[in-house]
Design a protein around this ligand. Structure first.
Ligand code: JFZ
Length: 425
């Protein structure tokens, strides 16, 4: 430091700084996209000509496929049509604020260039490229936060990996602790350090994870205090997030951040024959319902082994995006509804700087009599408008709350949002 200049502050290790409000971005985001992609997308639920009813990514387990037989699928994993920028833009246009992708699922296949195990996309596929790096680069280019799913315990190929219910192929036998030390922990370090900022770390299925074993992993995160983690590491580690899977908690999860993860059909990993697709309206209403309870929606896509996104997914993401383009103000940075239950839809809230509060009334079931009743509202209302176009709506206080005059027909059958400004909190 030159004369007169203050001596330079002790340079703190950039990770040593405790990141304040570390959940702030997450609580504003409300909407993430899950990606389940791996070698399992090659057989896509079918083994020896039989269509298995379960999850696409569980085929090796469900069909008890021997290790060598399963590993041969990697030779057919050649996603030449993979376009990560297209994936990120599809998500961005749908209103997604963060992506969480499977870096290694229970089949143990690393979708990244791992030095800890050759059972990975660079070493074992004709494609030979690190798709996680390609996605991380695309996310950085478009300002999309990126998180990683990692199956820390369940690993049906790397020797010693746990297998819920026991393993079916002696070839995979080995010491679980050696698997942790030689594969899982080094790979966790790789995904934490080799791909830029990590927004969220999604542990999964903590089979055989004791407190002692979890304690070997948690220090790896100490150097990354900004990373949001979930409750599935094991060993009693709660992390930041509860992870209701395939359901929306009826009254949220008081006192905890939570993220409902959900498929658009019945499988996380791609299957050629699962066509139980949820409608776009259901997916939009799920997003609204979750936000009205203060949670986040982590909606899954399961890409094909070619790298293409199945059409039904592309179509739904476009529909969600069209709704979010008009109504995202009712989702982002909102907090839970103050009402116990609304018969016609949901409510999200946002405090405004001038001491008023915005109530976003998302109407699913449009009132036939032209009157939307908001029971239990005590605060005086200042204005009511259709969020889509700012049309002012008349309203009046009634015995048990407020009644808003609404048009004869619902402007948006998915959910029409009425923005109600009320005085006070
Ligand atoms: C797990 C995985 O097994 C599945 O393949 C997918 O990745 C999903 C997101 O996570 O599935 C689970 C995990 C935990 C429970 C149920 C399914 N559980 O605790 O009931």
């Amino acid at each position: 430091a030159g004369p007169g200049k203050p001596s330079p502050k002790k340079i703190m290790n950039k990770h040593a700084l405790v990141v304040t409000n570390r959940m702030e971005w997450w609580n504003k985001a409300r909407f993430g996209m899950f990606i389940h992609w791996g070698v399992y997308s090659v057989p896509a639920g079918v083994y020896e000509g039989k269509k298995y009813p379960g999850l696409g990514e569980w085929l090796m387990h469900d069909a008890k496929i021997p290790v060598d037989t399963y590993q041969a699928y990697a030779k057919d994993f050649n996603p030449t049509k993979y376009n990560p920028e297209q994936w990120v833009l599809m998500a961005k246009d749908a209103g997604v604020k963060y992506i969480v992708i499977t870096t290694k699922h229970h089949d143990g296949f690393a979708m990244f260039d791992s030095k800890a195990s050759d059972w990975n996309i660079v070493k074992r596929t004709p494609y030979g490229k690190d798709v996680i790096k390609m996605l991380a680069d695309a996310c950085r280019k478009y300002g999309m936060k990126l998180g990683f799913y990692y199956s820390q315990a369940n690993d049906w190929n790397n020797p010693g990996g746990a297998a819920a219910g026991g393993h079916w192929d002696k070839k995979q036998d080995g010491s679980f602790d050696e698997y942790l030390d030689k594969v899982a922990i080094p790979q966790i370090k790789e995904i934490l350090n080799n791909y830029g900022d990590v927004a969220e770390l999604w542990w999964d299925v903590p089979t055989d994870m004791t407190k002692e074993r979890a304690a070997k992993i948690t220090p790896l995160l100490a150097a990354h205090p900004e990373i949001v983690t979930n409750n599935r590491l094991g060993g009693g580690v709660q992390g930041d997030l509860e992870t209701p899977e395939q359901y929306i908690p009826a009254t949220g999860i008081p006192g905890r951040n939570w993220e409902t993860c959900m498929t658009m059909n019945d499988t996380w990993g791609y299957k050629t024959y699962d066509d139980h697709w949820k409608s776009s309206q259901t997916l939009i209403r799920n997003l609204v319902d979750i936000a009205s309870k203060g949670g986040n929606y982590l909606l899954n896509i399961g890409p094909k082994p070619t790298g293409e996104v199945p059409e039904p997914i592309v179509d739904r993401m476009k529909d969600i995006g069209a709704w979010m383009k008009v109504n995202s103000e009712a989702i982002y940075a909102t907090t839970a509804s103050p009402f116990r239950k609304l018969t016609w839809g949901r409510c999200t809230t946002k405090e405004t700087p001038d001491g008023t509060t915005a109530l976003y009334l998302s109407v699913f079931d449009w009132p036939a009599n032209g009157q939307l009743s908001v029971p239990g509202l005590k605060n005086a209302a200042k204005s009511a408008t259709l969020l889509a176009n700012g049309t002012a709506l008349k309203f009046k206080k009634v015995a048990d709350g407020l009644s808003v005059d609404v048009p004869a027909n619902a402007p948006d059958a998915n959910a029409t949002v009425i923005k109600l400004i009320i005085k006070g909190k």
